[in-house]
Write a protein that binds this ligand. Structure first.
Ligand code: NAP
Length: 251
């Protein structure tokens, strides 16, 4: 019997999960990965891919029913909390088993100069005293909070060019797609004479190198706290998501 798995994606973990699930379960499992459609040219993903919102929890529940989805894994980014809430609610409405893959948070190491804040507004307040050349590794919604800092210069790294000008008086945009190596991040910090970095506390390996480079250089990092995690059951890795699938599909 063939089962149908929907992975809510947009992350490296989701991509690896699709690949490993297909490699392991072969024709016993159809894998559909859902992307929000934010990136113009997403990295190729094994299996089927669909794009665009579902229309809230009710829309996702309808999709699960219409597509005959048997299993749902929410492998979205820790800051994508709306879709995670929708996934939990849609699973509740339909009875489709749901698992959330929640990557472990970063942990401070000796030498880190982290300033942990609740949100982007608090981050904008924090950077006022940390120098004038700030690297923002944030999305547009969070960047808005830095608009009043007209005397600061900002570096912003993006996968795609922003669709509209960023609301910052002095800004340079760097186009690049992760994962990023330590050497790349060292070059950015030194080459742009960065005084402080602002990042969301995303966790995971793909973007941790900037924290390693900042620690080496003694540069402060303002970290915006994660939203609360999705409801249980949650697991921290692709390996454990595969265990969950094995338990449902048989080894
Ligand atoms: P969000 O705020 O939690 O979601 C907003 C709306 O976007 C959702 O209600 C849903 O629309 C749609 N959506 C989000 N993820 C979707 C998915 N995987 N498939 C289909 N629809 C989705 O999410 P976000 O922070 O904008 O993130 C969007 C996507 O980018 C996620 O897939 C996430 O994994 C990825 N991503 C996010 C970040 C980040 O920093 N937030 C970083 C890297 C990757 P409907 O209500 O219409 O269904």
């Amino acid at each position: 019997m063939t089962h149908r798995l929907l992975i809510l994606g947009g992350t490296g973990e989701a991509r690896r999960l699709a690949e490993r699930a297909l490699a392991e379960f072969g024709s016993r499992l159809q894998v559909i990965t859902s992307l929000a459609g934010r990136t113009a040219e997403p990295v190729p993903i094994a299996g089927m891919v669909r794009q665009g919102g579902f229309g809230g929890a009710a829309g996702l529940a309808l999709y699960l029913r219409e597509q005959g989805i048997d299993l749902l894994i929410d492998a979205t980014h820790p800051f994508a909390d709306q879709i995670s809430r929708n996934a939990a609610e849609a699973a509740g409405m339909t009875g489709v088993p749901r698992l959330a893959l929640v990557r472990p948070p970063w942990r401070a190491q000796p030498g880190d100069r982290w300033i942990e804040v609740a949100d982007a507004n608090a981050a904008a307040t924090a950077v006022r005293t940390l120098g004038t050349r700030i690297w923002l590794t944030l999305g547009t919604a969070d960047i808005e909070a830095f608009a009043p800092l007209t005397g600061h210069w900002f570096l912003v790294r993006r996968v795609d060019p922003p669709p509209a000008p960023l609301p910052l008086r002095q800004v340079e945009i760097l186009l690049a797609r992760g994962p990023f190596a330590l050497e790349d991040e060292r070059r950015i910090l030194a080459g742009h004479r960065i005084d402080a970095v602002v990042s969301r506390a995303s966790g995971g390996a793909a973007t941790v190198a900037k924290l390693d480079a900042a620690r080496e250089a003694g540069i402060p990092v303002v970290l915006i706290a994660r939203p609360p995690p999705p409801p249980e059951p949650t697991i921290p890795s692709v390996g454990e998501a595969l265990d969950w699938l094995r338990a449902r599909l048989g080894a």
